[in-house]
Write a protein that binds this ligand. Structure first.
Ligand code: ASP
Length: 311
């Protein structure tokens, strides 16, 4: 008889320092929590219906990218192009370990469609790698056609909220710290998969690549656990937040202990704002951030309703 393994899904909507006295930020956080509550249920239903962790992570991230309040897909943070004009450029990745083989699909600098995770998934399925620039956008155009998604004009990815943040950045060089990157980790009883998607950071330089599409930084999955990180990408890449989290699981820490340790070390040793979500192969969850907010939600077999929290 096959051993019973509990299933689990955990999702985050980005680590950040939300200024609750700013009505824009407070409203944005509220809408993120509403969206997470709905989307975690959609993911759980798929998982309960027998979909694989690869499909549940992909589909859940698509829903998060399509939702307006997150810094992923539609509604992403606005950076600049080579001429200093506003540009949304998207990074995403997805990872699984099957048998002895790690498979990773990553994309960076997607500018023409709303769902970079679908492109990352195609990379994972076809030729595990990280694609950037023209190659990534060419594949994105093919994937858009395959999934009947529109090829977008870049400004169609911009929302009023993110335009407001971009203007604040331009006027005051005030960095946007409200977060909004998305990440999902799923254990379907057999395999762990982690994925992450982001528009990066407001005002980011043309061509910047963040942690979200880098294995071991924004996303990592092994047979013991999977993790998605969010926050200041430059520090997360140097530290290797998700890789570290999985090493801590191998040393015997619980997912919650590993998440707490990673969030603290990112702050203390790397001066990095950020957080992480983790699921292990027992269906246990860990969630931690060193910022004042990281909206998140999770659901496992032994729960009747999902947990949805602002931190
Ligand atoms: N880690 C993302 C990046 O640096 C941003 C975030 O998670 O808020 O691109």
């Amino acid at each position: 008889m096959k051993e019973f393994r509990p299933r689990a899904i955990v999702i985050h909507g980005g680590s950040g320092n939300v200024d609750m006295t700013d009505p824009y930020d407070a409203y944005n956080l509220k809408t993120k929590l509403e969206a997470l509550a709905k989307i975690v249920r959609n993911g759980w239903e798929e998982l309960s219906a027998g979909k694989t962790s690869l499909d549940v992570v992909t589909n859940t991230i698509v829903r998060l990218e399509d939702a307006e309040p997150f810094n992923a897909g539609y509604g992403s943070s606005i950076g600049i192009d080579a001429k200093g004009k506003p540009l949304v450029a998207l990074d995403a990745s997805i990872m699984i370990k099957e048998g002895d083989i790690y498979r990773f699909g990553g994309v960076t600098g997607i500018t023409n469609m709303q769902n970079p995770i679908l492109v990352a998934r195609a990379v994972l399925d076809q030729q595990p790698n990280i694609l950037h620039g023209e190659g990534a956008n060419d594949l994105a155009a093919k994937i858009a056609k395959q999934y009947k998604k529109p090829i977008l004009d870049n400004k169609d990815l911009m929302t009023e909220f993110k335009w407001h943040k971009f203007q604040e950045f331009q006027e005051q060089q005030k960095e946007s710290t409200e977060g909004g990157t998305v990440g999902v980790v799923v254990f379907d009883g057999t395999r762990l998969v982690a994925g992450t998607s982001t528009g990066g950071i407001t005002g980011k330089l043309h061509g910047r690549t963040g942690d979200s599409c880098i294995p071991g930084a924004g996303t990592f999955a092994d047979t013991i656990g999977g993790a998605s990180a969010t926050g200041f990408g430059e520090a997360i890449m140097i530290y290797g937040s998700t890789r570290k989290a999985i090493e801590l699981l191998k040393e015997g820490l619980t997912p919650q202990e590993a998440a707490d340790a990673v969030a603290a070390e990112l702050r203390d040793s790397y001066n990095g704002n950020g957080g992480i979500i983790i699921a292990n192969n027992e269906g246990e969850i860990g969630v931690a951030t060193n910022t004042n907010h990281m909206p998140n939600a999770y659901m496992t077999n032994n729960m009747s309703d999902p947990v949805v929290r602002a931190k």
